[in-house]
Ligand binder design. Structure first.
Ligand SMILES: *Cc1c(COP(=O)(O)O)cnc(C)c1O
Length: 290
């Protein structure tokens, strides 16, 4: 846990980005149960999602460590990227991941078929690791946060973490006591998207994280000057975060600053390995100063 002075407030940052160089932050948590699965339990992992996904990269490391084949499905890959893969895609391919392109028009039908034919020794992992498989690993993260509270004598606390699938925020809420507030922000879609994900994860859920969304909806991973600006300020303050999820969460925290219960603990979920390709995106769109 790091002390982190940002703006005029003191934060704590749970450095989940430093847990293991292979498994990006919360992806390590989501894959914890598979990391301890005997290699002979599966022969193949099947998953799908974006070409620079942090979950994809973490599964590629897992599959390599276990000797499992890893088949990853994505929508049509741009020709330039196929010719010269960069970022997470390059690393994952070097680890032996087999990538398959599906046409965007019936992508989700095709993925659903893949899910149905998986089973036995072929494990299907939904996009971003949004699966009950993730529960036991995120529960351990909650226990570590509680142990820290006890050690420091902290009674009340706000835990903040941005949501893609919302899996991390949801299971944190589930395993932290109610005196601890869990806040998140949807980086994919909006509040309704996030609520749907949570219901899919656990249909009978009764307690959800608090959603902050003052800055509104923004297309996933699309460069935005305000995101880059706060990312740079955070970096100058001493911690490099990811460029996709963290900027929005931090903007929301600053926006809600007055109303959030102190102290605020930010869970750094890694993703820094994706920054080179995302910075390329910013540069390509002419949004960078240097
Ligand atoms: C994957 C990821 C998230 C989103 O986690 P979910 O459990 O899908 O909500 C947030 N931040 C970073 C850095 C990530 O890599």
């Amino acid at each position: 846990m790091d002390d982190f002075r940002f703006g005029d407030r003191l934060f704590f940052v749970k450095r989940d980005d430093l847990t293991d160089p292979r498994y990006s932050g919360n992806k390590f948590r989501k894959l914890t149960s598979l990391l301890t699965t005997p290699p002979n339990r599966y022969s193949t992992i099947v998953s799908y999602g974006g070409t620079q996904s942090n979950a994809m990269l973490s599964i590629a490391f897992l599959a390599q460590a276990k000797g499992w084949d890893f088949h990853y499905y994505c929508k049509t890959i741009p020709a330039w990227l196929k010719a010269e893969p960069i970022g997470n895609l390059k690393v994952a391919l070097d680890l032996g991941m087999r990538v398959h392109e599906l046409s965007p028009s019936d992508f989700y039908e095709r993925v659903e078929t893949l899910r149905k034919i998986s089973g036995g020794d072929a494990l299907f992992v939904p996009q971003g690791g949004a699966d009950p498989i993730a529960e036991s690993g995120v529960k351990i993260l909650a226990e570590e946060i509680l142990a820290w509270c006890e050690e420091k004598g902290v009674e009340q606390l706000t835990v903040a973490t941005p949501s893609g699938t919302g899996t991390t925020a949801y299971y944190l809420r589930k395993y932290l006591p109610r005196r601890i507030t869990v806040v998140t922000t949807p980086v994919v879609g909006d509040e309704a998207t996030l609520l749907n994900q949570w219901k899919r994860l656990e249909p009978d859920a009764t307690c959800y994280p608090e959603i902050l969304n003052a800055t509104g909806k923004w297309p996933f991973a699309k460069p935005k000057l305000e995101y880059y600006a706060i990312w740079k300020r955070l970096k100058e303050a001493g911690i490099e975060f990811d460029l996709i999820y963290a900027p929005k969460m931090w903007l929301e925290i600053l926006e809600a600053n007055e109303t959030l219960i102190s102290p605020i603990l930010y869970v750094h979920s890694g993703g820094v390995s994706g920054n080179t390709s995302q910075l390329e995106n910013y540069r390509y769109r002419g949004l960078l100063d240097g």
